[in-house]
Write a protein that binds this ligand. Structure first.
Ligand code: FNR
Length: 383
């Protein structure tokens, strides 16, 4: 169908469920176990209502903000997802970069360690130097590989390192496992494919790939399950780039990350793909912000959320609760798979217009004016 008939992010998902290969759909759409957390991520937003102000001048609504010290046009970003070529074999992550750079508001892109395009290719896809890219790091058991990845990301102008910590082993995604997966051809992660790569870990990871176990299992071999807070402390010394811990699920860990000198956290359960019965990130956000504030750590520390964000109102709720910005994963995967870079740009347009309109109706013209007072949170914790 023509792109103009896609009115919201769910339309991309419906279309993707019809036209993606079984393998891509299974890998992209699956959550862990019974997918309780996968559904709860979005459902939790249904338990928050608005208390709009009336008669406020909302002629001009400004969505600009600052994330990790860089100015951005909108308070959301494309979150890292592995294997973008499964759904878009030609364009993969490069098409996401092009889509992000082609609208009038540029959107930051977080690029997965397990991307199916090389980091160089995705960096080349930027429209100009103002377009923000961040690197999502999975830490390998060979720390030399990790050091090299960080250095490479720095050299390519990536503006932050997001260390994913919620996947010491990859979650139990049964839809995905039912589909036999092979990382053959160009769709597998580029990092496991490097020709003439002499590093043992990459070669080991490649050898250990069990091709009958589904995409997730094949990828999990890259990730070191022994990763701990000490490693994060050491990483601080490896790079001047902001370090953000992705996959925080309780307030104490956000406090610890801030105390260690990290620049931010992503409250996330990996889109419901890891521990089933993890709480929805929006609920964790409501708990975390007051505790960060209590410790005096809420300034100069960025708190992001991702998981189940599908509407402008979802973003608005997270911003009212104090999030610096929000990430979307699957919606951009589906948009990219169905329509390539134009789909990505259209998805950005849709969500930006929804956010702008909702802000206007809430009676707010700029992001810094949002606060929890705009929300009725009475039922948030009543699951
Ligand atoms: C992911 N996510 C993810 N996160 C990460 O840090 N590294 C990765 O390689 C991946 N890969 C990945 C693949 C697929 C198919 C999905 C759906 C997700 C998690 C992602 O960054 C983000 O946390 C969630 O996708 C957010 O939830 P929604 O927006 O998909 O509901």
């Amino acid at each position: 169908p023509p792109l103009g008939t896609i009115l919201n992010l769910y339309d991309f998902e419906r279309l993707a469920s019809k036209i993606l290969t079984n393998q891509a759909w299974a890998y992209y759409s699956s959550g862990a176990d019974d997918e309780i957390t996968y559904r709860e991520n979005h459902n939790a937003y249904h338990r928050i209502f608005f208390k709009p102000h009336i008669l406020v001048d909302v002629k001009d609504v400004n969505l600009k903000t600052t994330m990790l010290g860089n100015k951005t046009d909108v308070p959301f970003y494309v979150s890292a997802t592995a294997l973008c070529k499964l759904g878009n074999p030609e364009g993969g992550e490069v098409d996401i970069a092009k889509g992000c750079g082609s609208t009038s508001y540029m959107v930051p892109q977080m690029i997965s360690t397990l991307a199916s395009c090389s980091l160089d290719e995705v960096a080349e896809g930027k429209a100009n130097d103002k377009q923000l890219q961040w690197f999502q790091l999975y830490v390998n058991s060979d720390r030399k590989i990790t050091r090299n990845l960080i250095k490479h990301a720095e050299d390519l102008g990536m503006k932050a390192i997001f260390v994913t910590v919620d996947a010491p082993s990859l979650g139990n995604r049964e839809k995905d496992q039912k589909i036999k997966f092979t990382t053959q051809g160009s769709e597998g992660p580029k990092i496991l494919q490097k020709k003439g790569d002499t590093s043992n870990a990459a070669a080991e990871a490649k050898k250990k790939e069990n091709k009958s176990d589904g995409a997730s299992k094949a990828l999990s071999k890259f990730i070191d399950p022994s990763l701990s807070w000490e490693d994060i402390a050491k990483m601080r010394e490896l790079t001047k780039l902001p370090i953000v811990i992705k996959g925080v699920q309780r307030a104490e860990d956000a406090v610890r990350a801030a105390q260690m000198g990290c620049q931010g956290v992503v409250l996330s359960n990996h889109g419901g793909r890891q521990l089933d019965f993890s709480r929805a990130p929006i609920e964790v956000l409501a708990e975390t912000m007051p505790i960060l504030k209590h410790h005096g750590l809420d300034k100069n520390f960025d708190v992001f959320v991702d998981g189940g964000i599908r509407r402008g109102t979802d973003i608005l709720k997270a911003l009212c609760l104090g999030a610096t910005g929000v990430g979307l994963g699957r919606p951009f995967l589906y948009a990219n798979s169905c329509y390539g870079r134009d789909g990505v740009a259209h998805a950005i347009d849709i969500i930006t217009k929804e956010l702008e309109m909702s802000m206007r109706l809430l009676g707010v013209s700029k992001i810094e004016d949002l606060n929890p007072g705009f929300l009725d949170l009475q039922s948030l914790h009543a699951r």
